[in-house]
Design a protein around this ligand. Sequence first.
Ligand SMILES: Nc1ncnc2c1ncn2[C@@H]1O[C@H](COP(=O)(O)OP(=O)(O)OP(=O)(O)O)[C@@H](O)[C@H]1O
Ligand SMILES: [Mg+2]
Length: 341
Amino acid sequence: MDTGLLEGVLAGIPLPVVVIGADDRIVTANPAGEAILGPGQIGRHHGIALRQPAMQSAIEAALRNGTAGQARHVILGPSHEVTYKVTVTPIPVGGKPAALCAFQDITEQELITRFRRDFVANVSHELRTPLTALLGFIETLKGAAKDDPAARDRFLSIMEREAGRMNRLVRDLLSLSKVEAEERQRPATRGNIAALIQSAMTTLRPVAEQAGVALEITGSEGAPEIAADADQIVQLFQNLIENAVKYAAGGKVVTVAIHPPEAGSMLRIDVVDRGEGIAAHHLPRLTERFYRVDSHRSREMGGTGLGLAIVKHIVNRHRGKLTISSESGRGSCFSVWLPLG
Ligand SMILES: Nc1ncnc2c1ncn2[C@@H]1O[C@H](COP(=O)(O)OP(=O)(O)OP(=O)(O)O)[C@@H](O)[C@H]1O
Ligand SMILES: [Mg+2]
C-alpha cells in the first residue's frame, strides 16, 4: 500500500491508529493517533512517543519477525490516566514491512472490572465478620457454655445481633441492586413530598426517641406533588434521617426543611442535623458503597455503608441531585433536589 492511500484509509477510522516504518520512524497517524503521540512526532523515532516496554517489543516483533501482537499502553490524560489496548499488526507499506498500531481505550472497562472486584471483596468481608462470630458462639454453646444458662443468654443476644447485621446487609444489597436496575426508568407515579417525608419520619420516630433526638419538619404546608416512586422516596428520607439521628445524636434536633419551589428550579429538601459534622475530605466519597467515615463506629451502630449509595441511586432515578455540606462542630446538611412537574 502506498502512503497516500494509507493516510486516506486511516483518516476514516475513528480509533487512534499509528503506522511505524521499517526504519523505526513513525510513517503516519490519523488525527486521533496524532493526539496520542503528541505534536511533531510524525517522521521521528517511535521510541520517543511510545517508549513503554510492552509497546516497544510489540512493534519490534511486527517489524522484524512479521508477527502480530498486543500491548497495554498507558498515557497521562488531562485529568486522569488513559489505558489503551494496542493491537500491532505487520503490514507492507511501499514494499517494506511496517507496523500498524490500533489503539482501543479500555480505561472504563478496567475501572468497571476493578469496581466489581472491590465490591465482591467488600461484600465478602462484611459477611465474613458476623459469620465468624456466629460460628464461634455456636462452637462455644456446644462446648464450654453448654451448661451455663447465663452465658448462653448472653451469647444468644450477641448471635441475634450478628445475624441481624447480616440480614440488614443482604436487605441493603438487594435494595441497591433493585434501585440500580430501575435507574433508567422514570417513576410512573406521583406523590406529595410532605406526605412521603412524614411517612419516613413515622417509621424513625421510635429510634429518634430512644436516641433523645427530636424530629421536625418545616415547609410541609402547600408542599408540591412530584413524580415519585413512593417507596423509594420514603426510603431515601429514611436513610438520611436515620444517619442524622445515628451520627449526630448530640445535636438533639433533626430538621427536614422543604423549601418553597421557585419557578423553573428544582424542589429542594434539606435534612439538617446539629451534630459534629463531617470533615470536608470525606464529603466527595460519602455516597460510595461501603464508604464510612469511622467504620468501627458505623459498624457498632449496625451500619454497612450502603445507605447513601442507595440514596444516590434513588435521586438519580428521579433525575435529581444530592449535595452535602458540613461544618465541623456545627452539623451537616444533606440537600435533595428533585425536579418539579
Ligand atoms: N448526618 C451525618 N453526620 C455525620 N456523619 C454522617 C452523617 N451521615 C452519614 N455520615 C457518615 O457517612 C457514612 C456513610 O453513610 P451511609 O448511610 O452510607 O452508611 P452507614 O450509615 O454507615 O450504613 P447504612 O446506612 O448502610 O446502615 C457513615 O458511616 C457516617 O460515617
Ligand atoms: Mg446510613
